[in-house]
Ligand binder design. Structure first.
Ligand SMILES: [Zn+2]
Length: 322
């Protein structure tokens, strides 16, 4: 079982341990800066509540723990507004969860309602939540996450126990990143940890963006190479993952345009393309990029790109004068 980042936090460990001792409040607020692992910790906590082996909860092995890990436990219900958007957690959603709170658990003795990023609740929504926190159903545990308790109404705060999580230092953050991304060097991980001010979640997000961009560059290079050798079907197969990913397709086209420009600037080696071919290919990439902006589907973009470049190669093959 992968432990969340925040399990390195002494407060988080103490909170879980004290729960094992049997003292479980009805509502717990997990507070901490962006990317510190609140959401992961909340799921681990939910696992503890629902685990069938209370002495070792969360055991990570029982059916309940495994269902929580897979995100399919019927007694763990998750509610949130729009990610990162203030006032997007509306009263309607609170009404829904309030109704759920009074429904008996499906499998065990308890159910957990996880309310993520409650700082995004409207004041109306917070007041509606307060009503259910004032008369909590015996079998329901509320887990709330938020960045700072100052963003919540005093009345809500008086009804919850707070577990405050903090960010690890940069070295520890890099250790955490290494567990998730063993392919990166220590220097790269330290740099990412510093850029994210020690937030493992934010650093992971940045690194995954980075590795996506790297993937697009690699794919663009390979597709261009295949088309240069006249292997249109193989090139098209490479583009298949982009069929439903317009943003990825745009990134790939951008990467390919940059690569063609670089080849044009090189005096001698042009990877088997002639100057004229590269000029024509640039025009094709521009045309396909414009089509991508006007909402043409990914499948069509990919095949138009491959057909266009293939045609240039067959028309002008042999014409390697630059
Ligand atoms: Zn378990």
């Amino acid at each position: 079982m992968t432990q969340p980042f925040s399990m390195r936090d002494a407060g988080a460990q103490a909170a879980l341990a004290s729960f094992r001792g049997g003292r479980l409040p009805h509502a717990i607020l997990i507070e901490g800066p962006a990317g510190c692992g609140k959401s992961r910790f909340a799921r681990l906590f939910a696992m503890s509540v629902l685990c069938r082996n209370p002495q070792q909860a969360p055991c990570g092995r029982c059916p309940a723990c495994q269902k929580v890990a897979a995100g399919i436990h019927p007694d763990l219900l998750v509610y949130e507004g729009e990610k990162g958007k203030a006032k997007s957690f509306h009263i309607d959603l609170v009404r829904q969860l309030r109704a759920q709170a009074y429904v008996a658990p499906n499998e065990g003795e308890r159910k957990v309602l996880l309310l993520e990023d409650v700082q995004n609740m409207t004041e109306q929504a917070q007041n509606a939540l307060l009503k259910v926190l004032e008369e909590p159903p015996a079998s329901t545990v509320f887990l709330l996450t938020c960045q700072s308790r100052g963003q919540l109404l005093e009345t809500i705060l008086s009804r919850v126990s707070v577990i405050a999580l903090s960010l690890p230092d940069v070295e520890t953050c890099a250790d955490i990143l290494a567990e998730h991304l063993p392919e990166y060097s220590r220097e790269e991980l330290l740099a990412a940890a510093r850029d994210a001010s020690g937030s493992p979640g934010l650093a992971l997000e940045a690194l995954s963006q980075d590795s996506k961009a790297h993937g697009h560059r690699e794919c663009a290079r390979r597709v261009l190479e295949l088309l240069g050798k006249g292997q249109e079907a193989a090139a098209l197969a490479r583009l298949q993952p982009y069929e439903k990913d317009r943003q990825g397709m745009m990134a790939l086209l951008e990467a390919m345009a940059a690569q063609v420009t670089n080849l044009l600037l090189e005096e001698e080696k042009k990877a088997g393309f002639s100057h004229l071919q590269l000029v024509k290919i640039t025009a094709i990439i521009e045309r396909i990029t414009a089509a991508a902006y006007s909402n043409v589907g990914g499948l069509l973009l990919g095949s138009a790109l491959c057909a266009g470049i293939s045609q240039v190669m067959s028309e002008t093959s042999g014409g390697k004068t630059s």
